[in-house]
Design a protein around this ligand. Structure first.
Ligand SMILES: Nc1ncnc2c1ncn2[C@@H]1O[C@H](COP(=O)(O)OP(=O)(O)OP(=O)(O)O)[C@@H](O)[C@H]1O
Ligand SMILES: [Mg+2]
Length: 189
C-alpha cells in the first residue's frame, strides 16, 4: 500500500470526560486512516496506563506525569511524520498546553458531552461507583475537568453519531493538508 510520507506529523489530542467518546472516535479514525494509507499511531489512556505509565495513579501529580510521558512519545512520533491520535481524559489545561508546546502540529479536540449524559451512558460502570464514593479522584465527580479554552475542534457527542464526529475531524485534517483527501469508508451509524 502507498505510504503517504509527504504529509507532516501531527498530534490530534482528544480530551473529555470518561464516556464522552474519545476511544470510540479514535477507533473510527484509525479505521479510516489505515484505509487511506496514512502514517499514524493511536495512543489511548487505558492502553498507556497498562504499560508505559502502569506505576501511576490518579492524583494530580500522577495525572500530570502520565500526560508528560505520553507527550514525550507524541513529540518523537509527530516530528518524524507520524500522525498521533491521542485519547486521554487529560483534565488540566496547563498540561494540555505543555503537550501543545512540545509537539508538532498539535490539534486540541474537545470531545464534549454533558455530565448527565456520560453518567447515563456509564460505559464502564465507573460513574455509579464514583457517585457512591467508591472511586476517589474521579473526573467530573470528585475531581475537576477543565474544559479546553480554545480547542481547534469542538465535538458534541450528545448531538451526533460517532461516524459524524469522526468525519468532522477527518475533514479538519484534510483541510490542514495533514492527510490525503479521500472517500470515507465510515458508515453513518
Ligand atoms: N458522537 C459520538 N462519538 C463518540 N461516542 C459516542 C457518540 N455518540 C454516542 N457515543 C457513545 O458514547 C460512548 C463513549 O465511550 P468511550 O469509551 O468512547 O468514551 P471515552 O471518552 O474513551 O471514555 P474513557 O475516558 O473512560 O476511556 C460509547 O458507548 C459510544 O457508543
Ligand atoms: Mg477511552
Amino acid at each position: 500500500m502507498t505510504q503517504h510520507n509527504e504529509y507532516p506529523g501531527y498530534v490530534l489530542w482528544m480530551t473529555g470526560l470518561s464516556g464522552a467518546g474519545k476511544t470510540t472516535i479514535a477507533l473510527l479514525l484509525e479505521q479510516e486512516l489505515k484505509a487511506r494509507g496514512c502514517n499514524f499511531e493511536r495512543l489511548d489512556g487505558d492502553v498507556v496506563r497498562e504499560s508505559l505509565t502502569r506505576d501511576l495513579g490518579f492524583s494530580k501529580e500522577d495525572r500530570d506525569k502520565n500526560i508528560e510521558r505520553v507527550s514525550f512519545v507524541a513529540k518523537l512520533l509527530s516530528r518524524n511524520g507520524v500522525g498521533c491520535v491521542c485519547s486521554f481524559i487529560s483534565p488540566y489545561q496547563a498540561v494540555r498546553d505543555m503537550v501543545r508546546a512540545n509537539t508538532t502540529n498539535f490539534i486540541e479536540v474537545f470531545i464534549d458531552a454533558p455530565l448527565n449524559v456520560v453518567i447515563d451512558r456509564d460505559v464502564k460502570g465507573m460513574y455509579k461507583k464514583a457517585i457512591a464514593g467508591e472511586i476517589p479522584n474521579f473526573t467530573g465527580i470528585s475531581d475537576p475537568f477543565e474544559a479546553p479554552a480554545q480547542p481547534e475542534i469542538h465535538i458534541h457527542t450528545d448531538r451526533e453519531t460517532p461516524a459524524e464526529s469522526a468525519q468532522r475531524i477527518l475533514t479538519y485534517l484534510e483541510k490542514q493538508n495533514f492527510i490525503p483527501v479521500g472517500e470515507s469508508i465510515l458508515q453513518p451509524a
